[in-house]
Ligand binder design. Sequence first.
Ligand code: SAM
Length: 234
Amino acid sequence: MPPSSEPETALHLIATPIGNLGDITGRAIECLRGVGRLYAEDTRHSRKLLAHLGIARPLLPCHEHNEQALAREICQYLRNGTSCGFISDAGTPAISDPGFRLVRHCRREGLPVVSLPGACALTSALSVSGLPTDRFHFFGFLPPRKSARLRVFEEQHTSESTLVFYESTHRIEKFLGDAEVVFGAERVVSLARELTKQHETVLTGPLHEVRSAFSRGSSKGEFVVMIAKEGYCL
Ligand code: SAM
């Protein structure tokens, strides 16, 4: 591959695939190749993506614990005219992933930030769910404690928005059980599992049906849970 020209001097937030490695834009690939400094949430993880794309270049670590300090470093590079890129492990940076602090710091310093949009579990799940997408409330991951989860559910019981949550393999069963206690067995939900991957499954229907279909299948994988507003019928 010929060397790419360096993109504009800015912090580039580059979306990467959430499963299927084909889900990356041409612009993202150009930027991964050409950006002056490329930071990643987990360099070992992202090196596999770069290897798949045939890109050999240094990757610098930027995770939750050094994000604030690196924000200052990145601003200094931007002031000196070096473009910087950031990728999280999967999907869109800063969406339930590191990146927010970097962006906030650059914006406070008046430095440019540009988006290279692409895969995001939130928008992918919502778009295939069959639930209303005109108004939604994204929660990301709820706190792990049952009492905190129940409190959020109770507060949102009569929400007019579709509620969207990220959940892990370890907690998905408890999440669905608690949701049924608060929202009731007939509340319409959609459960998106392993989007863009080999075992992609989207179950949409009354909560009790989705729960029993879920318990008949594998509980492994990554999940987005969406809960429709009260009274919504498919
Ligand atoms: N920044 C990512 C994005 O743009 O969606 C989200 C990162 S967050 C650490 C990871 C969570 O996103 C997973 O636990 C799961 O809830 C959701 N997720 C990521 N990939 C997914 C997929 N392929 N299918 C379903 N959910 C997924």
